[in-house]
Design a protein around this ligand. Structure first.
Ligand code: M6R
Length: 604
């Protein structure tokens, strides 16, 4: 989705901003642009449809400036084009704006401005904002921006340059992330810390309704009402090197292979052998409060929702608290009953997914207690939550989530164990789960050793027009996530069904041309799952099983190491990440940036 980078200081601005944009490419975009305040006055701007390298080719050698803003656009209002790319300039060419988010009342504002004689050069909602800022009669840039954003309904993260105020960049946030990077006699702004970490690890994350003024020397933050706010920089731990491919051909491949280390990180420092439980420092939930929880409701989107489905099962199994997961995108619109005895948990890799954030805000408005299970430290969902667990997967760059899914399921296992041990889970079961958690990194590495075998299988599946994924109880969310992985990255149609539902409809689809991937753990439902394989085989369906032992009825079985029953779902999807990856590779897909998708969905 759209990305913003800005800089004020003494460095050569264009290469710095272009490098920042390149680091945001993973979010998905269709055009890019850059504007600077020229040393001799006025603004200079270049925009290009297509990739950042196409913009780079258009930027003249002498494109110097004292401050600059740049943007990657993901089209919402108007097709990808040079004109619709950001920044947008005001008619007098004094104001340049880059914007992430959606202005809901843009059409009304546009009509009013056109009636006043303003000519629009693009179809975007953002251009409205540019003209509003330029037409404000306020004396300072801060007041001009403040007046303009007050007229706007919708979401925004913006950065603004003004030729009459060349010593500053003014930024504002409402619903779209804005992060300040604090340097020595230089300041940065971005929509994502990925664009900042090569320059500084001191960051300030703006809250909704907050603005900031950046000069080379300093920064200050305040609300859109003008009241000063205090913002202490925090240090981000992610290394710049985490954003490099580290010898892999794609980020997806790198991130799949980082999973053992990532799981090690989410466990580190949290296990308490003495009491056979875990410490989750940020939970802000004491034992008495934990015992009062009557239900758990987990909310997330896409892969995070699937991790939440696994989490709900673990909480039911280990803590015996009724739990379920629901897409946050649905929950926020259905006027759900908000119950004071329910613990709500928002799950998100980015911590910025708009549907999840909106669900959290709605819950908070209704007095609920919300925990966040989030990867990006300091992200909006982490900050809006009453407490939570960081999943410590490290930066995930590929649009398709892999390592963060795995770490999120481990984080849920920790939470389930913690809640269980404040209730009825025995010391012996606590020890058993802890031992299982400790085995995970080694077992992940063992699974990844089967990559060549899975690559070979992927060549067979690349011809399929459609695939069915089935699993029962613990295997069902695994099947759903594997099906999402395959369709996102290979564009092969895939459908996931509970194996128990086969007879109620999907069996009609079975024929040799429709391969079925079946999740078959060695648990109390093994025989039931085997019966489902028989039914498929009897109809000449081709079967790939992911199981703990060879499955006679399957054409091929990928055998994964057995862990504790409750923890098996953490591992069983990993070979299917590789299957999705190698199928996409065989089909020549754009693996790290699948078509039409964005890493952080910060708009509705
Ligand atoms: O950042 P989040 O975890 O909140 O993102 C939620 C979904 O948009 C995300 O999981 C999406 O489904 C990914 N493309 C999955 O690979």
């Amino acid at each position: 989705m759209c990305g913003i980078v800005g800089y004020i200081g003494k460095r050569d601005i264009a290469p710095l901003l272009l490098e920042g944009l390149a680091r945001l490419e993973y979010r998905g975009y269709d055009s890019a642009g850059i504007a600077v305040t020229a040393p001799k006055g006025g603004l200079k701007m270049v925009k290009a449809k297509g990739r950042v390298r196409e913009l780079e080719a258009k930027v003249p050698a002498r494109f110097k400036g004292t401050a600059g803003i740049a943007h990657t656009r993901w089209a919402t209002h108007g097709a990808p084009s040079d004109e619709n790319a950001h920044p947008h300039l005001s008619a007098d060419e004094k104001v340049a704006v880059v914007h992430n988010g959606i202005i809901d009342n843009a059409s009304d504002l546009r009509r009013k401005l056109e009636a006043e004689g303003v000519e629009f050069l693009s179809e975007t909602d953002t251009e409205v904002l540019t003209h509003l800022i330029a037409r404000s009669s306020a004396a300072t840039l801060e007041d001009k921006v403040r007046q303009a954003v007050r007229l706007i309904e919708g979401t925004y993260g913006i950065a603004v340059l003004h030729a009459d105020f060349p010593d500053r960049i003014v930024v504002a946030r409402n619903g779209s992330p804005v992060v300040l990077g604090i340097g020595e006699k230089e300041m940065f702004v971005a929509s994502d810390i990925a664009a900042l970490v090569t320059h500084t690890r001191q960051i300030v994350t703006l809250d909704d309704g907050e603005m900031a003024t950046l000069t080379a020397e300093d920064f200050r933050t305040y609300t859109t009402e003008g009241t000063s706010t205090s913002a202490e920089p925090t240090t981000v731990e992610w290394e710049a090197a985490s954003y490099d491919m580290g010898g892999h051909d794609t980020y997806m491949h790198k991130e799949i292979h980082e999973q053992a280390d990532a799981v090690d990180r989410v466990l580190r420092g949290r296990i308490d052998d003495r009491f056979s439980t875990v410490h989750l420092g940020g939970l802000n939930l004491d034992a008495r409060e934990a015992r009062q929880i009557r239900r758990v409701k987990i909310l997330g989107c896409g892969t995070s929702y699937h991790a939440g489905m696994i989490g709900a099962q673990m909480i039911e199994e280990l803590a015996r608290i009724p739990a379920d997961a629901e897409p946050a995108s649905e929950f926020r619109y259905r006027n759900a009953v908000v119950d004071p005895d329910t613990l709500y948990i928002a799950v998100s890799q980015s911590g910025e997914t708009y549907d999840v954030l909106a669900a959290v805000q709605e819950l908070k408005r209704k007095g609920a207690r919300v925990l966040g299970v989030v990867n990006v430290v300091g992200s909006a969902i982490a900050r809006e939550s009453d407490g939570g667990i960081y999943v410590h997967a490290g930066p995930e760059v590929c649009v398709v989530s892999t390592k963060c899914f795995t770490n999120t399921t481990v984080a849920f296992a920790l939470l389930a164990l913690h809640l269980g041990r404040t209730r009825d889970l025995s010391v012996a079961d606590g020890k058993r789960i802890i031992a299982g958690l400790r085995r995970l990194p080694e077992q992940i590495n063992e699974i990844l050793k089967a990559e060549d075998e899975i690559k070979e299988l992927a060549q067979e599946f690349a011809d399929a027009r459609s695939m069915l994924f089935i699993g029962r109880v613990r295997g069902y969310p695994v099947a759903r996530e594997a099906s999402l992985k395959l369709k996102e990255v290979s564009y092969i149609h895939a459908e996931a069904y509970p194996a128990s539902e086969l007879k109620h409809g999907p069996l009609a689809l079975i024929e040799p041309a429709l391969p079925t991937v079946a999740i078959v753990p060695d648990d109390d439902l093994l025989e039931k799952n085997r019966a489902a394989l028989e039914e498929i085989k009897a109809r000449s369906g081709k079967i790939l099983a992911v199981a703990h032992q060879e499955q006679e009825k399957a054409d091929r079985t990928v055998v994964v190491p057995k862990n504790e029953d409750e923890l098996d779902p953490i591992l069983m999807g990993i070979p299917l990440q590789l299957l999705a990856y190698h199928t996409a590779l065989a089909l020549g897909r754009d693996i790290d940036k699948p078509r039409n998708l964005a890493k952080s969905v910060t708009v509705e």
